[in-house]
Write a new protein. Structure first.
Length: 276
C-alpha cells in the first residue's frame, strides 16, 4: 500500500474521480500520460519499481537523467567549441556586452553585484540544503529532499563538465566590474544553478497550491529570477551572453528531466503492488 510522497495524505478530502491536489499543475494531472511514448515509459518504470521499490526506482531514474544531462552539456560544449570565433557567436556576444556596458550605472552595477552574491556558489548550496531540510521536516518524506539534492548535484556536475571541456576566457577585465572571477566562462554556473534549483523549488511549491493563480505566480517568479540572474552576469562582464544562454537551456533541460522523474514516481503511487 502506498501514499502520496509530496505532502500529507489528503485523499480523504479528495472527491472520487478528482485529481489529487498535490499531483496537479493547472488543470493537468501529472500522472496522466497522453502520448504512447509516455505510457510506455510509465509501464517500464512501474516494472522496475515493482522489483526494487518506488523510491529506488526514482533514484535510478534521476541518476540516468543526470547522466543524460551531463552528456548533453558535454555535447553542447563540443558544438559550442566548434563555432567559437565564427560570425554567429561573435555577432551575438560582442553586441550583447556592448549593450550591457551602456546600461551600467552605480545603481545597476550595485544591484547586479548583490544578485551575483545572493545566487552565487555559497548562497545557492545553502538555499538547497535549507529548502531540503524544510521540505523534509514539513512532509516527513524523502522525495522532495531527493529532488533538491539531485538538482544541486546535477547542475554542479554540468557546470564543471562545461568549464573543463571549453576553458573559455571571460570578457577582459577592462570590460568587467570587480571582483573578477578566475574560473572558465562557459557555461554560466550562476545561471544554470539558479534555473535548476529555483525551478525545482517552484515545482514543489506549486504542487502544494490548490489554485492556478498562486501556481502561475510561483513559476513565473522563478523563471523571471533565473532570467535576471543570467542578464546580471552579462551586465557585470562576468560572462558572455552565450555562456548565459547555454546555462538557461541546460538548466531547463535538467529541470525537465527531474520533473519527469517525479511524475513517473507519482504514477506508481496508486499501484498496490509497488512498495515504498
Amino acid at each position: 500500500m502506498t501514499s502520496t510522497d509530496t505532502g500529507a495524505d489528503t485523499s480523504a478530502d479528495t472527491a472520487p474521480g478528482a485529481i489529487h491536489p498535490e499531483r496537479r499543475i493547472g488543470a493537468r494531472d501529472l500522472t496522466e500520460w497522453r502520448s504512447k511514448a509516455g505510457q510506455r515509459l510509465v509501464s517500464r518504470h512501474k516494472t522496475v519499481a515493482r522489483k526494487v521499490g518506488a523510491r529506488r526506482a526514482l533514484v535510478a531514474t534521476l541518476a540516468v537523467g543526470g547522466g543524460i544531462a551531463v552528456a548533453a552539456t558535454a555535447g553542447a560544449a563540443w558544438i559550442y567549441d566548434g563555432v567559437t570565433g565564427k560570425d554567429g557567436v561573435e555577432t551575438l556576444d560582442r553586441p550583447a556586452l556592448d549593450r550591457a556596458k551602456r546600461l551600467r550605472s552605480p545603481v545597476a552595477n550595485g544591484t547586479a553585484a548583490v544578485i551575483s552574491r545572493v545566487f552565487g556558489p555559497i548562497a545557492m548550496p545553502a538555499l538547497t540544503v535549507g529548502a531540503a531540510i524544510a521540505f523534509g521536516v514539513r512532509d516527513r518524506r524523502a522525495t522532495p529532499v531527493t529532488l533538491l539534492v539531485a538538482a544541486g548535484a546535477g547542475s554542479l556536475a554540468m557546470t564543471l563538465a562545461g568549464k573543463r571541456l571549453i576553458k573559455r576566457n571571460r570578457p577582459s577585465r577592462r570590460e568587467a566590474i570587480p571582483p573578477y572571477e578566475k574560473s572558465p566562462s562557459f557555461p554560466s554556473g550562476h545561471t544554470l544553478n539558479t534555473t535548476t534549483i529555483l525551478g525545482v523549488l517552484a515545482y514543489l511549491l506549486a504542487l502544494r497550491q490548490e489554485r492556478n493563480g498562486p501556481q502561475v505566480a510561483i513559476v513565473g517568479t522563478a523563471a523571471g529570477t533565473a532570467g535576471v540572474v543570467g542578464l546580471s552576469r552579462v551586465l557585470l562582464g562576468a560572462h558572455w551572453f552565450t555562456d548565459v544562454a547555454v546555462g538557461w537551456v541546460t538548466g531547463t533541460g535538467w529541470l525537465s528531466l527531474i520533473i519527469t522523474s517525479h511524475r513517473l514516481y507519482l504514477s506508481t503511487q496508486d499501484d498496490d503492488d509497488i512498495a515504498e
